[in-house]
Design a protein around this ligand. Structure first.
Ligand SMILES: [Zn+2]
Length: 463
């Protein structure tokens, strides 16, 4: 690298500073760390200068509606926490007569948030680290990796703020599903192969532990109530059949897929899943296949939002139903139960209308076995009902032949991915907090991170 004499003297200066600070016999880590520390003040001053320059060039127009502002002050100061330390910024501020609101156009142009001191890079660091672990656990690692020392409450608050932004983006997408134009807009985002394709949608629900009624436990118990702490998180995943692959070790993987997760109930989930499916090729797919377990809400939702899609109930879930009958008839874990269940499982997998054969056989058992106890008879009735209800969703032979999934492994791994962060032991969430973090995690899983943090766009996209 050819340096000018000015640049050369800067390098010499840094080396001198590090030599003075690093002590005797420093290892390379010490040199790296010290160099970073010594360069920081220069970077901080340079950043402050550049930020101020940029702020000065921003027109005093409303960032929301572009109306010229009634300028109230030209040099209103604020402090910002950056990667290189605290800097100060003075910028104009004024009133928008269209929005009836006070605005700082430079803050909007610099991607600074109202009453939040974090620079965009610091916002991102807080958001990324908190997605992996609660803020209390990431403080020390964050300090070591970035040199930024923030207390856990600040990290959490900042990450939460980014969650709110993710939530706003998600809400904008969901709102699109309400109009034809919006639907077309979402569908246009789909990046698709030229060949006809099958779109798979899977859904499930799991529990999250929440901190509502916090501090009221005693009062509630006195009143004879238990605080309600567990709530459903509805979760979905969307991918194309051609996005499934196998690793070298034979493990099935999905190379790319859409994620949806919400605590806000089924109506919210349905619209979020629809918005995600549109962005993954719902309208362009040759075939749409929905997979789930036996839960009624899944099939109601499928009918409401994905009418005309093919439906399939998870084979593992179905076989558990057969195992339950086997155990009822022949004793739990007995060899007789095992022998009884085998042909049924075989019919489901190998016969065109295997479910009908199962139903016929169960009905014959019910009608012909004289020694049935009444719980056994009830169990048989219940399972005949189950198979009758879902028989059209049990086309496993055809599914296998078309190399389609017959189980809901993809959604189970999706739920597990969320649970690794949201189901930590001893962890509580609040409705607002967990929804914001769910939205943030979902944005990240969906590969849309740069819609919140475009400053990294020239690099590799965040996986
Ligand atoms: Zn305005």
């Amino acid at each position: 690298m050819d340096f000018s004499s000015v640049e050369e003297s800067y390098v010499t200066l840094l080396c001198d500073q590090v030599r003075a600070a690093a002590g005797n016999d420093p290892n390379m880590g010490v040199l790296e760390k010290k160099l970073e520390q010594m360069a920081k003040p220069y970077l901080r001053v340079a950043l402050e200068r550049l930020v101020q320059e940029r702020a000065g060039n921003v027109a005093t127009r409303c960032p929301r509606c572009n109306t010229a502002l009634q300028v109230e002050a030209r040099m209103r100061r604020r402090k910002i926490n950056t990667k290189f330390g605290k800097i100060a910024l003075a910028r104009a501020y004024g009133y928008c007569e269209t929005c009836h609101d006070w605005q700082y156009p430079a803050d909007a142009a610099l991607a600074l948030q109202e009453r939040a001191p974090a620079s965009p890079c610091v916002q991102e660091i807080c958001a990324l680290t908190t997605l992996r672990d609660p803020a209390i656990n990431v403080q020390e690692d964050t300090r070591r990796l970035t040199g930024i020392d923030m207390d856990p409450a600040c990290i959490h608050r900042e990450a939460r703020r980014q969650g709110e932004r993710a939530l706003a983006l998600r809400n904008a997408d969901t709102k699109c599903t309400g109009t034809l134009q919006g639907v077309a807009e979402l569908a246009k985002r789909a990046v698709l192969p030229t060949a006809p394709f099958t779109l798979i949608i899977q859904m499930d629900a799991w529990n999250i532990r929440e901190r509502n009624d916090w501090g009221q436990t005693e009062d509630l118990r006195k009143a004879g109530q238990e605080p309600k702490r567990w709530h459903w998180v509805y979760t979905g995943t969307v991918f194309r059949l051609d996005q499934r692959a196998t690793t070298a070790s034979g493990r099935p993987v999905i190379t790319e897929r859409g994620y949806v997760a919400t605590r806000l109930g089924l109506d919210a989930f349905r619209e979020q899943l629809y918005a995600e499916a549109l962005q993954r090729g719902l309208l362009q797919a040759e075939l749409v296949l929905i997979l789930g377990d036996g839960a009624a809400w899944i099939w109601n939702l499928a009918k409401e939002r994905f009418d005309g899609a093919q439906q399939r109930v998870d084979l593992f879930h179905v076989s558990q139903h057969l195992w339950a009958v086997a155990h009822d008839l022949h004793g739990h874990g007995s060899p007789e139960a095992k022998a009884w269940v085998a042909p049924y499982l075989g019919w489901l997998k190998q016969r065109e209308d295997g479910a009908l054969d199962v139903i016929t056989s169960l009905e014959q058992l019910r009608d012909n076995m004289t020694a049935l106890t009444s719980p056994q008879r009830e169990a048989l009735e219940r399972e005949i009902g189950y198979f009758t209800e879902h028989k059209k969703r049990m086309d496993y032979k055809r599914g296998k032949a078309l190399e389609q999934p017959v189980g809901s492994g993809a959604i189970e791994s999706t739920c597990a991915q969320y649970q690794r962060r949201f189901k930590l032991r001893g962890q509580f969430w609040s409705l607002e907090g967990d929804e914001a973090f769910l939205a943030l995690a979902t944005l990240h899983f969906n590969g849309r991170w740069s819609s919140l943090f475009p400053h990294d766009d020239d690099q590799n996209p965040v996986a």
